[in-house]
Design a protein around this ligand. Structure first.
Ligand SMILES: NC(=O)c1ccc[n+]([C@@H]2O[C@H](COP(=O)([O-])OP(=O)(O)OC[C@H]3O[C@@H](n4cnc5c(N)ncnc54)[C@H](OP(=O)(O)O)[C@@H]3O)[C@@H](O)[C@H]2O)c1
Length: 455
């Protein structure tokens, strides 16, 4: 969108065309319709009482959010904020809601829905916009300034949690004399979104200290938190006794055992709730480990984003140093650790650390040696998140202590979770899970248990 300098607001030919009475459950408003020559969109003002010439008028500058405002989507707090603003204005007896037609923080509805899909893959609301080639926030407020001038509102008390909005409006010459907060309710669907607004967009919201991983069904929050914490405690005891890290394997599969599409293309299997629980589990492990195949296929970031908690140290098994130089994990805040068997000539990226590990018989990373090396670096627990070959190696070599498998209720017909050859009655038996717990997580089922082998 073309940007507008403060002194050119008046020349936008912003025209009020008509106003009409709009009775709502919150009270009776007048809706005024505006046209303009800059973006040709129909910006609106929902006005209650006499505001003309008024000082300290209660104003909400609301950008259109069709999903939240019209359909009541729980992904954001827009609809809730809109109605809270209408109630506040009704209580004050007068005020204005400026309804600006800049959907999805200005990126448009189609792009916003694409960003939602990226968020379901684990990107936060800021990164999802950036990945799509947009800015985190593309909104502009020249129409707000124009409409307030048309209504002859002298100064405003702004209903907002967003300090950047106040700054923009002041730059456009609007006298904001007070910020009036609009609190939103926090729940499983919007917790990560609100937390991102606070952390990355400076929003002034009072959120619970930890955006809680909320489970649907029979499990209470406290029970889940206890369960996750107990993994941390067990890992501490195990590593103190054995001198090696405790290993949790974790992956998501379909009903037919697929962990990826047949093409090896990335596939989002877990829903938001199971992903939130997985991130809570990541946060209680010292390291998170994947094979280079997963980095090449999925380019994961391996961070904790859906809950508040420390990022575990990312470790990539990459015997022959095939890691793409632009892999996202190389930008990890902790710096990636690359476990290789070939001679090392420097790190593949600033911040990456090379771990020289012995080779196994297949010339790949020897996992027992790797666990020793990680223990030497103070790692007491590792969450192994894939892919197929790495998960298989940890199971076949009896190196997994705990398993968390998310089962998504769909059939995929893709890449199977394990590449373990059929046993045909020979070869060592494969393990089972003991002390199994079934944790319903949204539409998914998470199966947790100790990995145990028959004697
Ligand atoms: N649904 C899920 O939860 C989930 C999670 C993760 C991944 N995935 C999927 O899994 C697929 C990737 O699986 P993948 O089997 O191709 O790759 P992978 O298991 O991620 O990585 C395998 C590579 O790791 C290296 N490696 C080094 N030492 C190893 C060892 N001891 N054992 C096994 N591998 C070792 C080998 O490459 P070098 O010989 O070059 O070192 C090997 O080719 C992707 O399609 C991804 O989407 C799904």
């Amino acid at each position: 969108m073309q940007s507008v300098e403060p002194d050119s607001v008046a020349s936008l030919e912003l025209q009020r065309t008509t106003c009409a009475r709009i009775p709502t459950p919150e009270g009776s408003f007048r809706l005024c319709h505006y046209t303009n020559t800059l973006d040709n969109k129909e910006h609106l003002a929902l006005v209650m009482g006499d505001v003309v010439g008024g000082e300290a008028i209660l104003v909400r500058v609301h950008s259109e959010c069709m999903t939240g405002d019209v359909f009541g989507s729980l992904r954001c707090d827009c609809g809730e904020q809109l109605h809270a603003a209408m109630r506040a204005i009704a209580a004050a007896g007068r005020g204005v809601i400026l309804y600006l037609r800049q959907e999805g923080r200005g990126i448009g509805l189609g792009a916003k829905l694409r960003a939602y899909n990226l968020q379901d893959e684990g990107y936060d609301t800021v990164d999802a916009n950036l990945v799509l080639g947009h800015q985190a926030d593309e909104r502009e407020y020249w129409a707000a300034a124009g409409i307030l001038a048309d209504l002859n509102v002298q100064s405003i008390r702004l209903l907002t949690n967003n300090p950047a909005k106040i700054e923009h409006l002041r730059e456009l010459g609007i006298r904001v004399v007070e910020r009036v907060p609009v609190e939103s309710s926090v729940h499983a669907e919007n917790a990560a979104y609100l937390e991102t607004k606070v952390r990355r967009m400076r929003h002034l919201l009072q959120l619970p200290a930890v955006a809680p991983p909320t489970l649907d069904g029979a499990y209470l929050l406290s029970e889940l938190a206890q369960k996750v914490e107990s993994v941390r405690d067990r890992a501490r005891v195990y590593s103190a006794e054995r001198g090696l890290p405790f290993v949790t394997i974790s992956y998501a599969q379909s009903l037919d055992g697929s962990i990826a599409a047949a093409t090896g293309k990335p596939l989002t299997l877990s829903g938001r709730t199971a992903m939130t629980v997985t991130h809570a589990l990541r946060a209680v492990h010292d390291a998170i480990l994947v094979g280079v195949g997963t980095v090449i296929a999925d380019d994961p970031r391996l961070t904790v984003r859906l809950v508040a908690g420390p990022d575990p140290q990312p470790v990539v098994l990459d015997s022959q140093l095939r890691l793409p130089p632009n892999a996202q994990v190389l930008n990890h805040p902790r710096g990636a650790w690359i476990a290789a068997t070939v001679p090392l000539h420097g790190a593949p990226a600033p911040g990456a650390t090379m771990l020289k590990v012995a080779a196994d018989r297949a010339q790949r990373v020897d996992l027992v040696d790797l666990l020793r090396v990680l223990a030497g670096h103070g790692i007491r627990s590792v969450m192994v998140e894939g892919g197929r070959q790495v998960l298989s190696s940890f199971i076949e070599q009896r190196l997994a202590n705990f398993a968390v498998v998310t089962i998504a209720p769909r059939f995929v017909g893709g890449l199977q979770a394990m590449s373990i050859p059929p046993r045909n009655g020979s070869g060592p038996a494969l393990p089972h899970l003991a002390n199994v717990e079934y944790v319903p997580a949204g539409a998914d089922l998470m199966v947790w248990g100790d990995v145990e082998w028959a004697a």
